[in-house]
Design a protein around this ligand. Structure first.
Ligand code: ADP
Ligand code: MG
Length: 229
């Protein structure tokens, strides 16, 4: 058993109130081990995105607790949570979420700029090489293909050396070929940097590339299993 990076304790999320309330997560307990690639799978509406938002401290649970690197995430105030998100959590979204008026280079380094930090030059070089975007640094997002944009988003997520990298259907807006390529690059670059990934997908083919699978059914954990190596 490796180091436990993240621990969810009886995590519950309810949307709305009274008769209209939806119990999206019904008490989840699990641990995320450092250095592993996790896939969260489950049907549409099972609670995957809700869970990923909580893991990324983008939203708060109705009850329950999340420990990241031993620290209680939801006891932090909003400012502390914002800093945690910027420094310790990397996000890759289905819709890329790049800043259109900034170059690829600026997009990748934005979180570091906001912290007045300089990139680790060697690591920056390794990341853009691993993702094959060395030639695109001065381009703007709208000059890139979908697959290239998602590779930039992965570089942006890796550059801060986050404790955890979260991805919600990251290949959902890509054609099959570039989706496969982006997934491969995400997996390989994460392995290279010892990066822990939690990726949400409804695609079993994608889930089969993960080290470990967390299956969500109707707001509860149905199973956790390792894929064959
Ligand atoms: P998934 O990502 O697995 O498709 P979600 O986490 O998006 O599932 O949704 C889980 C349940 O919570 C669904 O029933 C959905 O309709 C509901 N839900 C999600 N977000 C909201 C919201 N902001 N307000 C109300 N209900 C929501
Ligand atoms: Mg979803």
């Amino acid at each position: 058993m490796g180091k436990i990076l993240l621990k969810a304790q009886n995590l519950k999320k309810e949307y709305g109130r009274g008769e209209l309330a939806v119990e999206a997560l019904k008490g989840l307990d699990f641990e995320i081990e450092e250095g592993y690639f996790y896939a969260i799978i489950g049907k549409s509406g099972s609670g995957k995105s809700t869970l990923l938002h909580l893991l990324g401290a983008l939203d708060k649970p109705t009850s329950g607790e999340l420990l990241l690197e031993g620290k209680s995430v939801f006891s932090m105030n909003d400012k502390e949570i914002a800093i945690l998100r910027r420094r310790r959590i990397g996000f890759v979204f289905q819709s890329f979420n790049l800043l259109p008026e900034h170059t690829v280079m600026e997009n990748i380094l934005m979180s570091l700029y906001l912290d007045n930090k300089k990139p680790d030059e060697e690591q920056f070089g390794q990341i853009i090489k691993a993702l094959g975007i060395e030639e695109k640094l001065s381009y703007y997002p709208d000059e890139l293909s979908g697959g290239q944009r998602q590779r930039v988003a992965i570089a942006r997520a890796l550059i801060t050396k986050p404790a955890i990298l979260l991805a919600d259907e990251p290949t959902g807006n890509l054609d099959a070929a570039s989706g496969t390529e982006v997934l491969h690059l995400l997996k390989e670059s994460a392995k290279k940097f010892g990066q822990t990934i939690v990726l949400v997908t409804h695609d079993m083919e994608i889930a089969s590339k993960a080290d470990r699978v967390i299956q969500i059914l109707d707001g509860k954990i149905h199973a956790i299993y390792d894929n064959p190596a």
